[in-house]
Design a protein around this ligand. Structure first.
Ligand SMILES: C[S@@+](CC[C@H](N)C(=O)[O-])C[C@H]1O[C@@H](n2cnc3c(N)ncnc32)[C@H](O)[C@@H]1O
Length: 587
């Protein structure tokens, strides 16, 4: 008999959750003042209606934690009354551990449950969830679901496990605990990085090689003990020799979407984000069930090659200074290599920019920059900008990340590397510039760099008065920047003509930096949710060049896996080359 395929509409019911999972891709969203902690019930009903009219017959609630909504049971009932054949929930199990609440949910029409469990014992699981007692509650919820099997209302059950540094060596143990409880479908996935969790998750993320090694025995055990393993965001071709132990049925659904969206229904529900397909995948025999390669596997080698290529393309401009932006995903060794390459290409001054969310934060990063020959680190401050395409920055700014870096800089202040802070000329900057953290720069040599406001705001008026007032106040900052510098890379002719006027108006208190070339890197391929925050507006074109030329660039693709079939060997080889002197970020 042919299997019935359900079309599942996944609805995020809001980011509110009692757990505090260290790797959670939603954690920063909880801090955003106007991000919905709970999506209104009416809105969820509207989405469900939309789903029905678009051929969905299963609705899956996720969050945050859907079960802590006061209207959770009503939503299940509403889904069933509308005609959904199945109603599922992804849960941490806390509320559903209560037998009465569990029975009410089943009574209301809950048919499926995915319980997240991240370790074989309380210490490991709760080390990840940050919540005491969460392990016992998750197990109780699992127990209730198993107890429905063989009754008239069986609740389909699976577990979800994020494979991370804390549990990768204990997956078999975990599988045995779960199988012992009667779980028959175990879902595993790597910790995925996004804008919201980039730093935290990159600290606990483990390499693909370790994940595969941790999971193979689990799959083999499942073949013997009659449970199945399902993988999210891991290509099944890595498990060719144990494919029979995998549940390969239903990968068509995009599990993780870019959360940076204003209205989920405006997006094409078939569009997947966060994973890539290589040409070699076209002829792969497990293609139809493959979730593709997730972008966080992007090899460092490719990242470096992409930068090197871009550097070559601008070396001919014969300019003394280059700004390297978009280095966030580099490990220190890659950063070293790229900075070095810039120097070898003739750039005398190499500036590395960061918004404070990078894999090379801290000492190993400073060393890589300094040894590579970088002249300066530039901390780029993003004010809360309503026009930004980036929801995180738009709502939250990046103050905390930058202030943390400033704190480290004060402790470790690497010799021979300069410091700059780049800000827009905006009143909104003062709380940041006058904060305690920035005050801590007093006594340290640093420069305050200003973005040319007419460029960032798209208005040609020079706004000289605004610059003048800003500079006057900046000069009085207790943190005492060595100089205040207006950054106008590749000035256009009219800008060059106008700048002496600006100099006079600011009474000589402003310096000018006209030498910078911002390295053109094309990180704007929309599927790369991790990458596209660096230069969100560029669209694969050069930011600045002599005569305002716009040079189209090839978008960044994982080239080393593009040219050949993906096998364990190719991925592993790429990974080995990845690891910098500091190795992968530690916990
Ligand atoms: C965000 S949670 C929401 C549902 C519920 N609160 C829970 O804990 O299951 C949905 C699923 O995503 C998983 N998850 C969270 N952060 C992740 C990450 N960075 N990478 C992969 N999966 C992640 C969780 O473990 C859970 O299985």
């Amino acid at each position: 008999m042919a299997a019935i395929h359900y079309r599942t509409l996944t609805i995020e019911t809001g980011v509110w959750c009692g757990n505090r999972c260290s790797f959670c891709y939603q954690q920063a969203y909880r801090a955003l003042p106007d991000y919905p902690r709970l999506v209104p019930g009416e809105e969820i009903r509207r989405r469900m209606q939309w789903g029905l009219s678009h051929g969905y017959d299963e609705v899956s609630f996720t969050g945050g934690e859907p079960t802590i909504r006061p209207d959770f049971l009503d939503l299940i009932r509403a889904a069933r009354e509308m005609g959904y054949r199945r109603v599922a929930v992804t849960t941490n199990g806390s509320r559903l551990s209560d037998p009465t609440f569990f029975a009410q949910a089943v009574e209301a029409g809950l048919t499926s449950m995915g319980v997240s469990i991240h370790g074989p014992d309380a210490a490991t699981h709760e080390g990840a969830t940050g919540r005491q007692g969460s392990f016992g509650r998750a197990l109780r919820a699992i127990h209730h679901a198993v107890a429905t099997h063989g009754t008239l209302r069986p609740v389909r059950l699976n577990t979800f496990t994020v494979v991370h540094r804390g549990n990768v060596g204990r997956l078999l143990e975990l599988a045995r605990v779960l199988a012992g409880l009667g779980v028959r479908l175990l879902v595993f996935q790597p910790a995925i990085l996004g804008k919201s969790n980039f730093r935290e998750a990159s600290r606990v993320q483990v390499g693909i090689e370790e994940i595969v090694e941790g999971l193979r025995p689990v799959i083999l055990e499942g073949m013997e003990r009659d449970f199945r393993v399902k993988l999210f965001n891991l290509p099944p071709c890595l498990f060719r020799d144990v494919l029979e132990g995998l549940d390969l049925d239903s990968y068509r659904e995009a599990t993780f979407r870019e959360h940076d969206q204003d209205a989920p229904l405006q997006n094409d529900p078939d569009q997947e984000t966060g994973s890539v397909e290589t040409p070699a995948c076209a002829s792969c025999d497990v293609r139809s069930t493959c979730p593709r390669i997730h972008v966080t596997l992007l090899p460092q080698e490719d990242l470096a090659a992409h930068f090197e290529e871009s550097l070559l393309s601008i070396a001919a401009w014969d300019h003394p200074q280059v700004w390297l932006s978009g280095t966030d995903l580099m490990r220190p060794a890659t950063l070293y290599r790229v900075v070095r390459k810039a120097r070898l290409n003739g750039f005398e001054e190499v500036l590395v920019t960061t918004g404070g969310t990078s894999l090379w934060d801290g000492r190993a990063g400073w060393i890589a920059m300094r040894q590579g020959g970088a002249s300066r680190l530039v901390l780029v401050h993003h004010a809360r900008d309503p026009r930004s395409s980036d929801r995180m920055i738009c709502h939250a700014g990046n103050d905390a990340n930058l202030l943390e870096l400033v704190g480290r800089w004060r402790q470790e202040a690497p010799e021979g590397l300069g410091l700059g802070v780049l800000v827009p000329v905006s009143e909104n900057e003062w709380p940041f510039l006058e904060s305690e953290g920035i005050r801590g720069l007093e006594g340290i040599e640093w420069d305050l760099l200003l973005r040319a406001p007419w460029r960032t705001e798209g208005r040609p008026a020079l706004q000289v008065r605004r610059i003048r007032d800003f500079v006057a106040r900046a000069r009085r900052l207790p943190s005492r920047p060595r100089s205040v510098v207006l950054h106008v890379p590749w000035p256009r002719r009219w800008e060059a003509a106008a700048l002496p006027g600006v100099a006079i108006w600011t009474r000589g208190r402003l310096r000018f930096d006209l030498a910078g070339t911002v390295l053109p890197t094309a990180f704007v391929e929309p599927r790369y949710s991790v990458l596209n925050w660096s230069l969100p507006h560029l669209g694969g074109q050069v930011l600045c060049s002599p005569g305002d030329r716009r040079v189209p660039l090839r978008p960044l693709l994982a080239r080393s896996i593009q040219v050949q079939g993906i096998t364990r060997e190719t991925l592993f080889r790429v990974r080995r080359r990845d690891d910098g002197p500091g190795g992968p970020a530690g916990p």
